[in-house]
Design a protein around this ligand. Structure first.
Ligand code: AMP
Length: 394
């Protein structure tokens, strides 16, 4: 059974086509600069990579080209082979606590919730409409980034602000990266052979969030009303004192959304290092004795450790900590430094085992009081699995 996972952005569309019988990736690719000049697509399959510039007026165009190419390249023989389309959806507010079959109501909700995810929800709708146009009645499933976090208690998701802000305007913590954290929890369930355990999942990439999970359910997470909250990220500040906003508005003659834009786009590693948002560049600059790069990396590590410490106490101790995403999967020194800071909790890792990139590995030694793992995340597979399950159980 072939399922395609889709991640539609405002000017891009990423896809992964799976053969779900063995969960094998048949093809993957991206359509970029949709609706802008110099649009192009890249398709990888069978060890080959095809790249081509092509005019893509809109998402419908991109989906049309994608499906034509899948047939032209003999990746599939006919469109009928695609039994389902899974869409990564960003914001389901507190209405969606699990993946759902996409209906008109789901599309209306995505549109209604767009002020909560102004860049993502409208793009997700474009992706859904484009596939509906191309594939007609082929079932589609929506997998929300926010869904996994719906098990948080009121105490966890409410801010200490006037209750009316929550009741009337929906001001609360929603959390993001839920599909990745859920994948981590399921992987650990598989590895440990049980589902009653306490874990802290660290999705640390360009964006990043930490999630406290007990018995497969989210207890708390570091991102908030938007993905700006929590740990320090590539270009996002993470948590800051909100009084900074009017202060900087006045200093720089900016309005509130311009300052929030700065907190999203020119803060984090980039802001502190004044060099790059990419941890590889930061680590390279540290080798060159760049003190701001060192400061940025140290602050980054500290913020991750802050959250792990907080969640350790919240969960009453943890059985496992796992790392994923760009930095978590690949950055040997960042993982080492985080784990060194956690030695006070009894964490001990093997530096030889830590010297690996992009692969599943248990880092902790037998003496460690907490197991530490690296688990490469696979949100696309999670989306395809949910799609298959929902289609089969309709
Ligand atoms: P993601 O958002 O999950 O794709 O993560 C992207 C980030 O991962 C990049 O911006 C880098 O900071 C980081 N990254 C990827 N590969 C490495 C690596 N080999 N060493 C350190 N950081 C890495």
């Amino acid at each position: 059974m072939k399922i395609i996972s889709i991640n539609a952005g405002s000017s891009s569309l990423k896809f992964t086509l799976f053969e779900m019988d063995n969960e094998e990736v048949i093809a993957t690719g991206v359509f970029e600069r949709i609706g802008i000049e110099n649009s192009k697509y890249t398709i990888k399959y069978n060890g080959e990579k095809i790249e081509q510039e092509i005019e893509l007026k809109d998402h419908t165009d991109a989906v049309k080209v994608l499906l034509e190419k899948l047939i032209d390249l003999s990746i599939i023989n006919s469109l009928e082979e695609i039994k389902g389309v899974g869409h990564r959806l960003v914001h389901g507010k507190d209405k969606y606590s699990s993946s759902v079959l996409i209906t008109d109501e789901v599309v209306q909700d995505l549109e209604a919730f767009k002020e909560f995810a102004p860049l993502h929800n409208p793009a997700n709708v474009l992706g859904i409409k484009a596939f509906k146009e191309a594939l007609g009645d082929v079932p589609m499933v929506g997998v929300f980034d926010t869904a996994f976090h719906q098990t948080m208690s009121e105490e966890a998701y409410l801010y200490a602000v006037p209750y009316k802000w929550y009741k009337e305007y929906g001001v609360r913590k929603y959390g993001f990266h839920g599909t990745s954290h859920r994948y981590m929890a399921l992987k650990m369930k598989e590895i440990l052979g049980k589902e009653n355990f306490k874990m802290i999942s660290c999705h640390i990439g360009n964006g990043g969030s930490i999630c406290a999970i007990k018995d497969m359910k989210c207890v708390d997470t570091s991102m908030g009303f938007t993905p700006l909250a929590g740990i320090m990220m590539g270009t996002r500040s993470g948590d800051v004192d909100p009084s900074i906003i009017p202060y900087v508005m006045e200093k720089e003659g900016k309005n509130a959304s311009e300052v929030v834009d700065d907190l999203n786009k020119v803060s984090g590693l980039l802001g502190l290092s004044e060099y790059s948002s990419d941890m590889r560049d930061i680590l390279g600059q540290i080798e060159e004795n760049n003190p701001k790069a060192l400061l940025a990396k140290n602050k980054y590590v500290r913020r991750v450790v802050d959250y792990i410490a907080q969640y350790y106490v919240l969960l009453g101790g943890v059985d496992v900590i796992c790392f994923t995403a760009g930095v978590g999967e690949n950055s040997v020194p960042v993982r080492r430094e985080i784990c060194e800071a956690l030695e006070v909790l009894g964490v001990k890792i093997d530096n030889e085992l830590n010297n690996k990139r992009g692969q599943e590995v248990k880092l902790s030694t037998n003496e460690s009081k907490i197991d530490v793992y690296v688990i490469p995340t696979d949100e696309e597979l999670m989306i395809a699995r949910d799609t298959m399950n929902i289609i089969q159980n309709r």
